[in-house]
Design a protein. Structure first.
Length: 336
């Protein structure tokens, strides 16, 4: 199966986070057949019921190519035109999986071993698969994590600080607002105070940013709201402690500020002769830590169309990535 067919086959398997079982089974079968004829071995890493990572190893793994199997909703199936493959997960990250498998096939055809493929679940939500893999290292010295970087080696990526802001009030008839206390008003005041907090900048990563992603609350237009909630995401460029303190002071007693997730920014290894970039999104890498080796971040596709209705990946970029991943593995094996 060539990389176009493999990308489309993977895209056509719905694997929204928590529902990766079917795509995991497909990859387990595909890689088991590849390993059987090339002296490799394949295994499942159980993460949760019907959810597992897939690991394929040839020799003693010194370099690991890794990306994630899960996607964001909503699912939509693949299609292609002369230039692109379209569909949910096309660039984030099923085209990357296909390119990594293509690189493995190329390396094996050249007699190269001592590398691994690791495909994990849960990256789009909480990096559950990476957390499990981090507890089971196999001696790898380098981890090449695949995300859409337009085939440029990322020098750094921003971190994440995610909060739920929860406000509580007292229900009343909206004709008599003095008898109640609006949780929505309290939440809006808290969010406005958070929006006024100055955020830091970094010379390499640029500005720290904050997004109010969801708002919910209330029961009806004629009822004073007794509960309201917002979810906010901060893209970190440094130590989050200053932001934590500032947000806590800003919210005060208006609402409850619950920290849900914190992932630090990361600086990555480089490889001579490769074009570079800096990215604002977070990855599995901080959860892996150094358990699978020094991290690099590299992959085909553009993050600007990931998570959108226009998600797609260039066939040319996937083909380039097959060669690129194989070359990076050989260079890192020489280092290791």
């Amino acid at each position: 199966m060539n990389f176009i067919e493999l990308t489309r086959a993977l895209v056509d398997i719905e694997s929204i986070t928590d529902n990766e079982g079917q795509v995991g089974a497909y990859l387990l079968d595909y890689l088991s057949k590849l390993a059987a004829g090339t002296g490799g071995r394949v295994e499942k890493m159980d993460v949760a019921p019907r959810r597992f990572n897939v690991l394929a190893i040839w020799g003693e793994p010194r370099v690991t190519l890794s990306t994630h199997m899960d996607t964001v909703p909503p699912f939509f199936a693949s299609r292609e035109d002369p230039e692109f493959i379209w569909g949910r997960g096309a660039c984030d990250a099923k085209g990357i999986i296909a390119a990594m498998i293509g690189a493995a096939e190329k390396l094996l055809a050249e007699g190269v071993k001592n590398f691994a493929l690791l495909f994990v679940v849960g990256e789009e939500r909480n990096s559950a698969g990476a957390a499990v893999a981090a507890q089971a290292p196999r001696g790898s010295k380098y981890l090449v994590n695949g995300e859409p970087t337009e085939n440029k080696l990322a020098l750094a990526s921003k971190g994440v600080l995610r909060y739920e802001v929860v406000a509580r009030g007292k229900m009343a008839h909206s004709a008599y607002p003095e008898l109640g206390q609006s949780a929505i008003d309290a939440l809006l005041d808290a969010l406005e105070a958070i929006r006024r907090v100055p955020l830091p900048k970094d010379d390499l990563l640029g500005p720290c940013t904050m997004n109010i992603g969801t708002l919910s609350g209330g029961r009806a237009p004629n009822v004073i709201a007794d509960a309201a909630k917002a979810e906010i995401m901060v893209r970190l460029v440094g130590d989050p402690e200053e932001i934590r303190d500032a947000f806590t002071r800003a919210v005060g007693s208006r609402a409850q500020l619950d920290e849900i997730l914190s992932i630090p920014p990361v600086r990555f290894q480089s490889v001579d002769g490769m074009p570079t970039t800096v990215v604002s999104f977070a990855t599995d890498v901080p959860v892996f830590g150094k358990s699978w080796g020094e991290p690099l971040l590299l992959g085909p596709g553009s993050i600007h169309v990931a998570h959108t209705a226009e998600e797609r990946i260039s066939k040319r970029e996937i083909a380039e990535a097959v060669t690129m991943y194989a070359d990076v593995v050989k260079k890192l094996l020489a280092r290791a």
